[in-house]
Write a protein that binds this ligand. Sequence first.
Ligand code: KG4
Ligand code: ZN
Length: 350
Amino acid sequence: MSGPLVLALESSCDETGLAIVEGGRRIHANVVASQVALHAATGGIVPEVAARAHLRWIVPVMDEAWAAAGVTWDDIDAVTVTYGPGLAGSLLVGVNFAKALAWVHDKPLVGVNHLEGHVYASWLLDPDEPEHAEPAFPLVALVVSGGHTFLAEMRDHLTYRLLGQTVDDAAGEAFDKVGSLLGLGYPAGAQVERLAREGRSGRFDFPRPMLREGYAFSFSGLKTAVLTRLRDTDKTDPKVRADAAASFEAAIVDVLAAKCMQALEREGLERLVVAGGVGANTRLRSRLIGEAQERGGRVFFPPLRLCTDNGAMIAFAAALKYPQGDAGDAAFPVFPRWDLAAAAQSTPRR
Ligand code: KG4
Ligand code: ZN
């Protein structure tokens, strides 16, 4: 066994995830119960409904993970859980469940920030690609999820310097809202991507917001531009819909790629780590790979299915924090810490 074997829980939004991961990288089990169908009827997440679904599914998800992992509680070194940011009710379910497990089985409890979890998904080993190299430092991390969009510089593990973030919507949120304008279900990112494949990205000249304005992002104007253009076009025409999706996707990828390359250049760095649900976008992935290669740089992505929320992504940060645990340090959430609180709005803690 290389490194601690960790049972990792993620319940910050609308996926109930539980994983068993060795040394932060080798996945023994990673089970996710998605609430996508549940929230489809409301076109978005109702927090109370999400929290109740976590309660309903967390035990069956854990049972499935144990069955897949083939290990027992005796093998587990620590329990880890996302403490925030996210939906308060959803976080509470995961945090309290993790506390109960840690107490009953007398294991240390490690709190991990959801966003650092997304970043560390690039360290996970894909069972299909078991030799995947760890990203080396220093690097630039781009986080593009449903709730967050920002660039950070990492000079070492667990150290983040925020370079810039969105002043309004997150990139994933923009995909979801444009998807909703096109009558697609929630979340719409992957569906917009599929629709865009059939379309022509040059048809609509959507804006590239704040392209030359440092590291800040803004996507609400782009969303409004799509809304306005679709108002005077026939939205039921399949060609219009595909072209609108392709033109929107091109605009957002242009902005994200330009900011990433600018960050590498300005900070004098070569490596880029992409994190979060939008990191699953094929157009974004190939664009970033191409542009980074041209500059002699390298991009790291999580395996596709590990871009969106899952338990395994929480495990690497937990494995880093685990051996340094100090029960006396309130700022450092390791060991049986009964005061680990769900924090709906939070930044990473070392
Ligand atoms: O990281 P994530 O699972 O959850 C948050 O922490 O927010 O990201 C979910 C977001 C959603 O907005 C979803 O539409 C978007 O990621 N997404 C995509 C794709 N797959 C998921 N956006 C663009 N292209 C995709 N293929
Ligand atoms: Zn997430």
